[in-house]
Write a protein that binds this ligand. Structure first.
Ligand SMILES: [Zn+2]
Length: 120
């Protein structure tokens, strides 16, 4: 029986190694690789018999959209703008970035955009 010792943090969650957690470039590149793998897994469903399954098409579009967001975030790392809101220029809340490393708006600008999108 192998003795697996999980690297647990104080909350009992599996801890992301410190170096990765503090390096958004690595987090984003891992995320991008996962999204591309998902997209590849989806492709056979899309081209089968020239018939596009609606659900798979929607999912593929969502994944492609996410890949674009990750690419944009990587671009912002290059230009030194990563972690700053593209709406107001303020720093994006750390918890917000941890929840979605590709996010480009702070919590309040994100809420504003959502309200506009809903037309309310
Ligand atoms: Zn903002």
């Amino acid at each position: 029986m192998p003795n697996i010792r999980w690297n647990l943090n104080n909350n009992g969650c599996l801890a992301v190694p410190q170096s990765n957690r503090e390096n958004p470039r690595i987090v984003l590149q891992q995320l991008r690789a996962e999204l591309e793998a998902d997209l590849r897994a989806l492709k056979p469903t899309l081209v089968g018999n020239g018939h596009v399954a609606d659900n798979a098409g929607v999912l593929a579009q969502q994944i492609e959209h996410d890949i674009h967001r990750v690419d944009a975030a990587l671009e912002r790392i290059h230009t030194g703008l990563y972690g700053y809101c593209i709406g107001c220029g303020e720093e994006i809340e750390m918890n917000h970035l941890r929840a979605d490393p590709a996010v480009d708006l702070c919590v309040s600008c994100g809420a504003k955009v959502k309200r506009l999108a809903q037309g309310t």
